[in-house]
Design a protein around this ligand. Sequence first.
Ligand SMILES: NC(=O)c1ccc[n+]([C@@H]2O[C@H](COP(=O)([O-])OP(=O)(O)OC[C@H]3O[C@@H](n4cnc5c(N)ncnc54)[C@H](O)[C@@H]3O)[C@@H](O)[C@H]2O)c1
Ligand SMILES: O=c1ccn([C@@H]2O[C@H](COP(=O)(O)OP(=O)(O)O[C@H]3O[C@H](CO)[C@@H](O)[C@H](O)[C@H]3O)[C@@H](O)[C@H]2O)c(=O)[nH]1
Length: 471
Amino acid sequence: MKKIKNICCLGAGYVGGPTMSVIALKCPDIKVTVVDLNADRIDAWNDDNLENLPVYEPGLAEVVEQARGKNLFFSTDVDGAIAAADMIFIAVNTPTKTYGEGKGMAADLKFVELCARQIASVATNDKIIVEKSTLPVRTAETLQTILDSNGNGVNFEVLSNPEFLAEGTAIEDLFEADRVLIGGKQTPSGQEAIQALVDVYAHWLSPSQILTTNVWSSELSKLTANAFLAQRISSINALSALCEVTEADVDEVAHAIGTDSRIGPKFLKASVGFGGSCFQKDILNLVYLCRYFNLPEVANYWEQVIIMNDHQKYRFAKNIISTLFNTVNGKKIAFLGWAFKKDTNDTRESAAIYVAEYLIEDGAEIHVYDPKVSATKVRADLSYLWELKGLTEDKITKKLAQVFVYDDPMAATHNSHAIAILTEWDEFKTYDWKSIYENMYKPAFVFDGRNILDATVMKSIGFQFKGIGKG
Ligand SMILES: NC(=O)c1ccc[n+]([C@@H]2O[C@H](COP(=O)([O-])OP(=O)(O)OC[C@H]3O[C@@H](n4cnc5c(N)ncnc54)[C@H](O)[C@@H]3O)[C@@H](O)[C@H]2O)c1
Ligand SMILES: O=c1ccn([C@@H]2O[C@H](COP(=O)(O)OP(=O)(O)O[C@H]3O[C@H](CO)[C@@H](O)[C@H](O)[C@H]3O)[C@@H](O)[C@H]2O)c(=O)[nH]1
């Protein structure tokens, strides 16, 4: 049985970085090299000051500190790392296509394909290739075809090993995974490759936490897991709208249904809408696949999860405008939070971006504070959205003049007409809301897009307070 001694990971992002750091920590007998084309990112992973790591995750800096330089390395030498490895993880980005066939729906596999081509051209000995990126079902077939065209007699075994970590809890999720999933070919060499990867995870997980399946089930399970999780959020968010007009309380409803053990309590938190780099992208990809395989009813069913999520973001923004006497033109709206959830610096597809865009369109000034997101990032997020919509550089610059970013929440909220809570950062609950109230225009509005503040307390201070799904 092959024993893995040298692992390489292509992609040092939110998945490659934390996942490989944990593998290195838990498997001191394996050398792990994480490579990336982005030299700045690699420099940041190698920074002596652990506060400068490119990914913020609770517990990550401690893991990197223990393993880096011992058996964990970050490098831009992609060819060297590929050549030396017996097992190669592909953890590169697979965003929604922004061009051509499948634009706006299909996963863009160009980065994955480039990895396969590079591995094929560099490899001189047999290797196990592990799909860590989230991929459409049957991608392993494409990878195998590209790899096998290498023509120099190297044998490649392709495994699917999707990642289920959530940002903000990545280290916890990796240390104590509900399960890891490994899909491989049902051939002797396929089974041997599966076992080699099982042995890596067995350094710290029990056999009952390691599931093995065929490749296609593994690839499809990843998209399915995200579709089910996102569907729960869209379901409770859909009902939050009904709660608001019937005086039911969405948190009470969620608790009442979540105590049914068949439903369960998790992922029933009504919000301004889900964000993050995965849910929307993966469901769009699923919808695209269903249409591709001529299953329109199935495609339409899952697409509704996205439609409802877009509606929730829009509904939140529209509610701010209508409550502020039908216009936010020239008004200062403070945003507490820009990240797509707490405990991460990631802003991809954050609801904040879309709510801001809608309010800016109505003439609002947006004053943002997020404990982990920089001004550059906030501006880049909005610019990227407007570029995709085809706005000219001039127009973008004009709109960006309506955006202000602070590193102090008091400054962001000072003299504002309304505060919108976009991310559920714990620190927001500890603020001196009385003095924030005193420094705002009256009536002072708070729109709690995460239902983290106590409505009774906020109203007793004097705020006009609106939560999600509250009558
Ligand atoms: N972010 C998450 O929480 C999460 C969780 C589970 C699965 N996933 C999936 O994992 C994959 C990676 O996601 P991410 O969030 O880490 O993306 P990311 O954008 O943070 O990182 C991807 C990295 O790959 C690098 N890269 C691209 N092409 C490369 C190449 N040819 N060689 C070397 N490096 C290359 C990029 O420069 C980038 O740094 C995606 O498919 C995503 O759907 C993400
Ligand atoms: O009850 C809930 C739970 C989550 N959210 C929002 O949903 C989004 C996604 O949250 P979460 O799933 O916790 O974070 P991600 O990092 O996007 O993780 C998801 O996407 C990853 C990438 O595929 C998967 O690996 C994870 O298993 C899956 O949870 C965030 O905006 C959350 O605020 C809610 O609004 N209500």
